[in-house]
Design a protein around this ligand. Structure first.
Ligand SMILES: Cc1cc2nc3c(=O)[nH]c(=O)nc-3n(C[C@H](O)[C@H](O)[C@H](O)COP(=O)(O)O)c2cc1C
Length: 209
């Protein structure tokens, strides 16, 4: 698949086959993904790959987010969408593997009216760590797609980050996102691509002469 097709073909997958993903396949994806750019080449990210019993415990912890999301989703979406979303949060689509991406835990205190220099000093450590981790995560998503695997980038589990870290025995690190991974289960058809918006590029200095 060429890069353009790969980017367009990747979808957020919310239902997975009951089929294990070989460790070597995951390891190859992560090895390549770790060639992502990182601020100051710090590479201060950490990927935690979980399956089996610990994964089930994480699914249970994330299922608790239903309580928080249900009333919010009900205000915004139709019953069908609410049910599908809550079902995914309850089960993580039956994904056999969860990848969790972490960065060092840093605090950034941003106040209104700060100059860009002050903001930079306060937030650059946390901000650039997040951005670097995001580049790593997009690599993971694309490489997984190329392997025929499905993924879904998830920040909803951050609500139960404390519980997740307790299950994994993690301290002093901040959870960036969770990625369920597995072979997609499409009994009917691949999920349709949510439409993309126009007018997201502003061109300056490109006028025809
Ligand atoms: C930062 C970020 C957080 C996301 N968090 C969630 C999430 O918690 N739960 C979920 O089901 N999807 C989540 N998504 C997936 C988006 O809903 C999805 O990417 C978007 O609807 C476009 O669909 P596509 O990925 O199939 O192109 C997240 C995506 C991003 C980039």
């Amino acid at each position: 698949m060429d890069i353009s097709t790969l980017i367009r073909e990747r979808r957020s997958i919310r239902k997975y086959q009951d089929r294990d993903v070989p460790r070597e396949v995951i390891a190859k994806i992560l090895e390549d993904a770790l060639w992502a750019p990182s601020a100051l080449n710090r590479q201060n990210w950490q990927i935690v790959a979980v399956r089996g019993e610990q994964k089930e415990k994480l699914v249970e912890a994330v299922a608790e987010t239903n309580k928080y999301f249900k009333p919010r989703l009900e205000k915004l979406f139709s019953e069908k969408i609410v049910n599908v979303t809550l079902q995914f949060l309850r089960t993580l689509g039956g994904a056999p593997v969860l990848l969790l991406v972490y960065i060092p835990k840093l605090v950034a205190e941003i106040r209104p009216g700060m100059s860009s220099l002050e903001r930079y000093h306060h937030e650059q450590g946390r901000l650039t760590s997040f951005l670097s981790a995001a580049a790593l995560m997009q690599n993971i998503l694309l490489l997984a797609t190329a392997e025929g695997l499905g993924t879904c980038w998830m920040t909803a589990p951050k609500i139960v980050e404390d519980e997740i870290n307790e299950v994994l025995g993690i301290e002093g690190q901040e959870l960036v996102s969770v990625i369920p991974m597995g072979y997609p289960d499409y009994p009917d058809q691949k999920p349709p691509a949510p439409p993309r918006k126009d007018n997201k590029v502003r061109w300056i200095g490109f006028e025809q002469k």
